[in-house]
Design a protein. Structure first.
Length: 220
């Protein structure tokens, strides 16, 4: 007799778990990095037990969380004029963000942020300055805008096509300056707060979920 946890997961069940994770993120229970990692794990899960592990520390039967309404063009601004401005660690994102660097540097590290909106919207303006936005690998990046004698670029390992991963949308305007969106693997790696969760996975399955994913990708 097949154990209930060994039953193969369906696409609909994976999507249901991804939605529950999104709800938990909007409620402030998961950081952007945790949401991204668990979303990727949900899409690569093959059994009910693997899906259950992703939500075992979250409330059951939670109602869908409403998305935060947008209030006109209201933004939270980070400005550096001939200086530096940095925002990292645990912080809350519940509105659009704006970054302005004039002969200065702005660093926005979103990895440990609590994202209370469905999409992170950032307006980045650099004039002879540098704006660096750090995100967890696995998010989807939408970068547009203009660079004049400057540079705007993305260096992120984005989510696989067809997955409902978190979205970071950046509108960049660089004049003799740079706007860069960098993934976790391109900077100093973040010490994940969900290390205990991954350790539980190893104890339960004898392997890390990333190892399981790579094995599946190789067709083993």
């Amino acid at each position: 007799m097949t154990d209930a946890g060994d039953v193969r997961a369906s696409d609909a069940e994976r999507e249901a778990v991804v939605e529950l994770l999104r709800v938990a993120s909007v409620d402030g229970r998961l950081t952007l990095a945790e949401l991204t990692d668990r979303t990727e794990a949900a899409y690569t899960a093959t059994t009910h037990a693997e899906l259950a592990l992703l939500t075992q520390d979250l409330p059951e039967g939670a109602a869908p969380a409403p998305l935060q309404p947008r209030e006109g063009r209201k933004r939270r601004w980070f400005t550096a004029i001939m200086g530096d401005t940095k925002r990292r660690g645990t912080w809350r994102i519940d509105q659009e963000l704006g970054a302005v660097a004039v002969m200065g540097d702005v660093l926005l590290d979103l990895r440990e942020a609590e994202v209370r909106t469905d999409t992170v919207e950032i307006l980045a303006v650099s004039v002879m300055g540098d704006i660096k936005i750090i995100v967890p690998d696995g998010v989807n990046i939408d970068l547009d805008g203009v660079a004049i004698m400057g540079d705007k670029r993305v260096d992120v390992e984005e989510a696989a096509p067809g997955t409902r991963a978190p979205v970071v949308r950046v509108h960049a305007y660089a004049v003799m300056g740079d706007v860069k969106v960098l993934g976790d693997s391109r900077v100093k790696p973040l010490q994940r707060r969900w290390a205990a969760w991954r350790e539980h996975w190893r104890q339960l399955h004898g392997a890390d979920w990333g190892d399981e994913r790579r094995s599946l990708d190789r067709g083993h």
